[in-house]
Design a protein around this ligand. Structure first.
Ligand code: COA
Length: 379
């Protein structure tokens, strides 16, 4: 970055890399190890469930069995979408993408929520449950609407992952598919001060309402350098088609200085700890479905990118083949990321409210100085 003469403040590294912007007790990334409230992601991915992780993120401790049952039940009960919201979603232009639909519907959710402007702690806790349940319902409902099918009412006997698959397909999901999605939800639930969470906290820091902060986060997640990468990975896998053409495809991308989606990370330089779990899930699902091609292609891409660029896969890389094995359309991958990350966004929004300070950094001015206005005739 060019340094302006006499600049009163100087920018640090571009993109705020390694700048500690605030303190948080929700999620840590230290020495490449990711924890939620001090518990490693490995332990949670192996042993926990998404609803348990949600409770952990929101309350700072694991729930009792009764608390977990209560949360699961409340989410399922409140996940039903208001008729007015569904009517509005049915009026979206046909070319609306699922992520656009989610962004707009999340904003509209506030208009149908009697407590949207109530900033009391109790109201915000109630909204947290509602928002999380409704986010999943919106994504599933919009997929049905765009395919000329009626949205389904969420079932009270299913957890969030199973309910999402049920609302999408109308069929009771296989336990294995539910467990795979549940695990993917756990792995995506929170990730310290990533771009969308930072956006949520910046918005919440103005003491705007929860739905507004949520929409800010969704907008930031949508970009291909953040949550949008998983959909791009699937596009790449489709373009490549089979493992034998991987090398030529990746070589040509790198020769053209194009980024390979799903690789590299702003924080992890020695690999994303979430990728290992998703890779194993992709392997198992490939074997189970007898369609190893997507997994094999992914592994070959990984080998080549590691070998040539020393870049490791991030959370988005193997999640693409995992969701594909679950028969989820590629343009729902980022909305699914949003469903899971809503749990983390909410934890951060509530933490921000509980000890708020307006987030207002400075910019280093590098433009011209001592300029003067002049009339049109002399410009
Ligand atoms: N493919 C090819 N090259 C990559 C790359 C990728 N996925 N990610 C980074 N690089 C290269 C850059 O081109 C750059 O090379 P240069 O120094 O020769 O210009 C160098 O590595 C540093 O890139 P930069 O974008 O500054 O790294 P970063 O650590 O700040 O960025 C990401 C992190 C995530 C933005 C970046 O790795 C990326 O764009 N990845 C692809 C998108 C993605 O998967 N996003 C999801 C993240 S979870």
């Amino acid at each position: 970055m060019t340094q302006a003469p006499n600049s009163p403040i100087a920018a640090t590294t571009g993109g705020l890399r390694d700048i500690v912007a605030l303190s948080s007790s929700i999620c840590s990334i230290e020495n490449g190890i990711l924890t939620y409230r001090g518990i490693t992601i490995d332990e949670l991915a192996e042993n926990s469930t998404f609803e348990e992780v949600v409770f952990l993120l929101w309350n700072g401790r694991l729930p009792t069995r009764a608390e977990l049952d209560d949360l699961r039940q409340s989410i399922a009960e409140q996940a039903q979408l208001p008729e007015g919201l569904l009517a509005m979603m049915k009026s979206f232009p046909r070319r609306t993408t699922p992520m656009e639909a989610l962004r707009t519907a999340a904003s509209a959710m506030a208009m149908f929520d009697a407590e949207s402007e109530d900033m009391s702690v109790a109201a915000n806790q109630r909204k947290s449950v509602r928002i999380l349940g409704q986010m999943a319902s919106v994504v599933a409902a919009y997929d049905r609407i765009r395919n000329d099918r009626e949205p389904l009412v969420p079932r009270r006997d299913l957890n969030l992952a199973a309910n999402f698959l049920y609302m999408l397909t109308g069929r009771s999901p296989e336990p294995l598919a539910t467990r795979a999605l549940d695990k993917a939800y756990i792995l995506h639930a929170d990730h310290e001060l990533n771009a969308s969470t930072f956006a949520a906290r910046v918005a919440a820091g103005t003491l705007t309402d929860m739905h507004s902060a949520l929409v800010a986060a969704i907008c930031a997640l949508k970009g291909p350098l953040h949550g949008g990468a998983n959909e791009q990975v699937m596009r790449m896998l489709n373009e490549i088609g089979n493992p034998d053409t991987v090398d030529a495809y990746i070589r040509s991308k790198l020769d053209n200085h194009e980024k390979i989606m799903g690789f590299g990370h702003a924080v992890y330089k020695n690999g994303d700890p979430r990728a290992r779990h998703l890779k194993e899930m992709s392997r198992q699902l490939g074997k189970l479905t007898g369609q190893q091609r997507w997994y094999e292609m992914s592994v070959r891409i990984e080998d080549m990118v590691v070998r040539t660029k020393n870049l490791k896969p991030n959370v988005d890389f193997y999640s693409a083949s995992v969701y594909h094995y679950l028969h989820i359309p590629a343009d729902l991958f980022t909305p699914i990321f949003a469903i899971s990350r809503t749990s983390g966004w909410i934890a951060h929004i509530l933490e921000q409210y509980s000890n708020n300070k307006l987030i207002r950094p400075r910019a280093e001015y590098i433009g011209p100085r001592n300029q003067h206005w002049n009339s049109f005739e002399s410009r």
